[in-house]
Design a protein around this ligand. Sequence first.
Ligand SMILES: [Zn+2]
Length: 111
Amino acid sequence: MFCPQCGREYSQKVNFCCHCGAAMFAPARLNNKKLTLSRRDKKIAGVCGGFAEYLELDPTLVRLLWVALAFFGGWGIIAYLVAWIVMPLGPEIGEVRATASAPTAQPATNH
Ligand SMILES: [Zn+2]
């Protein structure tokens, strides 16, 4: 890949050009957007959060609509379960947190 700003070549995927600092990732966020279960915004399984992220809507609004549909004939519940099964999990966030902050400090017992 090449830096769009200064033309420097990179053999591996980088997010920012080391030379000029330009953003290397294309504005393709919308293109590879996937409907996934939301890890960030979940009440039950993250289905509503996932839909909200995909449709760029307020997750609360999606949740309200979904609950409303669940009351009208109850197919919202079935749709939720189906979506839960079918939708893959979204990308992992906050994975680094587990390893970064391990409380290792022990009270000194010398003497
Ligand atoms: Zn550059």
